[in-house]
Design a protein. Structure first.
Length: 577
């Protein structure tokens, strides 16, 4: 798509990428159908990427401040320096100023006189309550009630209108876990809602995971993404276009006035923010009543599983199958069953029948060497470890997604991609919300920074489509490339995508579509005639092997064609570019 055509389509002349498609920046990054050139407003203009330089990475997109229209400032602006700064904002098309309600007399806190001055200058005011919100101990039902009361006191003092739809935002400054979000933070905002009632609209500032949960619970209407793009769930929430406003990193300073400020891109109509103004008599009113277009602005967080180094000297090996028995001697007494993926130190052969003497932690014994394997490259081992750790966390497939604490583990997976669900969630039809793609995204994310280029998503079809296109466009930064099962053989750390239910999708379909139902699993065991995989949401748990968790291979090591497989994603993380 030539850049001048993009300009003709989009007045912002910027391109974003979703599933390796060029998307008009006016739009959300979940496109639905093509639009005619020159008429992108309220439509989705999309074309398969042809010029790589047009595509913006998540980092670039998140840091793009084009058409920013709101500034958050932590100093009072009814001063000489403030006047110079306000002139600068006017010149840059900024119409909304975010100021603070706080529990002290610091300059951070807006005053009634300042509110009148900003209103007289034509700005809408959007207040955020921010006072001690960086520790999880700052959030509770009791503190939520206290913060809500304090915020409403400030609103009354400043003149913010009640019962008109004006908004008070509440800050959640740090990167919190799913359990912290679902516990103290959720309790905190429920108390805020109970205390405020309908007097004000409620918004929140924080990570994508926080905002997604609060939106799903109906506790906020104005989600404001913090500038910390690596926070939990922020990339996916950013791409989902459910946010109202996003803070653009880094903080900048207006040289003429010396005032530091943060730029904010507004995605919704400015009237939807709930900003207000105050007249000279102190009477508050909503800043804008008519809807106007606002602009769109649309990850990576890596969890690394640390490996424990063996104490004994000798080559490292890994147990390649579940249930390998550690014995006192060849065919001797069983010490215990080993788990697939366990690390051992190989001390050498014992006899001539393939037995190997090994050390496993503090234990020493012998095992059949047939079921030991050499280490793969570190990036593959990290993925295998992450996948098997989840299987172990679900008690080797015996735990239920609805049981405590396992439904919370599913919640962690969803939170990492900016969704509010857990293992007990149901959709509007009463059906269980499938979490198998969230499982894959979670495991790949936990495997470390080598997988940062993965298209983390709530649907398998999305990351499969991305991997196929990555191969055809020679994207060396992508950790997986997609192949037909006749083109490549499965290996440890690969992902196998198959049809679900009555689906009959093909590789060609997957290459050109990203919105259909399917399932995928991670290869954790490879034998001459079969591969075994780990996947989530299988019989309401995480399963390894057995039934459809095994794929038969032909005599040449390729997946047999009669098993409804759509695509094989080859793991290339850590390979030389």
């Amino acid at each position: 798509m030539p850049f001048d055509l993009l300009r003709a389509c989009c007045r912002h002349a910027q391109a974003l990428v979703y599933n390796d498609n060029v998307v008009c920046a006016c739009q959300a990054v979940r496109p639905t159908r093509p639009a005619e050139a020159g008429s992108c407003t309220q439509k989705s203009f999309i074309q398969t990427r042809t010029n790589r330089e047009l595509v913006m990475s998540y980092r670039e997109s998140f840091m793009n401040a084009d058409a920013w229209s709101a500034a958050d400032v932590s100093v009072r602006l009814n001063t000489k320096a403030g006047n110079a700064f306000l002139k600068f904002l006017h010149e840059n098309g900024v119409d909304t100023i975010i100021r603070y309600y706080a529990s002290s007399a610091r300059p951070k806190t807006i005053t009634p006189d300042e509110a009148k001055w900003l209103s007289k200058e034509g700005f809408g005011i959007l207040p955020v309550f921010q006072d001690s919100s960086r520790r999880i101990s700052d959030f509770s039902q009791e503190k939520g009630r206290a913060n809500a009361r304090s915020a409403m006191d400030f609103a009354t003092r400043v003149g913010q209108p009640r019962d008109k739809g004006s908004t008070i935002l509440f800050a959640v400054d740090a990167d919190y876990s799913a359990s912290e979000i679902d516990g103290p933070i959720l309790d905190h905002f429920k108390a805020i809602q109970d205390e405020i009632g309908g007097a004000f609209s409620i918004g929140a500032y924080g990570s994508g995971a926080v905002l997604a949960k609060l939106l799903a619970e109906g506790l906020i209407t104005v989600p404001w993404i913090s500038m910390s793009r690596l926070f939990r769930g922020t990339e996916q929430f950013f791409q989902s276009s459910r946010w109202s406003m996003r803070q653009v990193p880094p903080e900048v300073e207006h040289e003429a006035s010396g005032i530091g400020y943060d730029r904010n891109v507004v995605r919704v109509a400015r009237s939807a923010l709930g900003a207000f103004q105050v007249d000279e008599a102190g009477q508050g009113m909503l800043a804008w009543d008519a809807e106007e277009d606002a602009t769109l602005g649309g990850h990576t967080m890596a969890f690394v599983t640390d490996a424990v180094a063996p104490a004994a000297a000798g080559p490292q090996r890994f147990v390649s199958t579940e249930g390998l028995r550690l014995r006192t001697a060849p065919n001797g007494s069983i010490i215990r069953d080993l788990t697939i993926g366990e690390r051992v130190v190989d001390l050498g052969a014992v006899g001539t029948d393939g037995w190997r003497k090994v050390v496993v932690g503090a234990e020493e014994g012998v095992v059949s060497g047939k079921y030991l394997r050499e280490p793969e490259r570190p990036e593959v081992e990290a993925l295998l470890r992450a996948a098997l750790d989840e299987w172990l966390r679900f008690d080797k497939g015996r735990a239920d997604e609805r049981a405590d604490p396992h439904y919370k583990y599913v919640r962690e997976m969803w939170a990492a991609i900016g969704e509010p669900y857990d293992g007990r969630s149901r959709d509007s039809n009463g059906d269980e919300v499938p979490w198998s793609a969230a499982f894959i995204s979670w495991v790949v994310r936990r495997a470390g920074p080598a997988y940062a280029g993965f298209q983390f998503a709530a649907r398998h079809s999305v990351f499969v489509n991305n991997a196929i296109k990555a191969r055809f466009t020679n994207r060396l930064d992508k950790p997986f490339w997609g192949y037909r099962i006749t083109e490549m053989k499965p290996e440890l750390g690969d992902i196998i995508q198959r049809n679900r239910g009555k689906g009959s999708f093909t590789f060609s379909y997957a290459e050109n579509h990203s919105g259909y139902n399917s399932h995928s699993d991670i290869v954790v065991e490879v034998k001459p005639d079969v591969v075994r995989v780990v996947g989530g949401n299988m019989d309401d748990t995480v399963k390894l092997g057995g039934g459809i968790q095994e794929f038969e291979l032909d005599a040449n090591g390729f997946i047999r064609p009669d098993q409804r497989v759509i695509a094989l994603l080859k793991n290339r993380a850590g390979l030389a570019a």
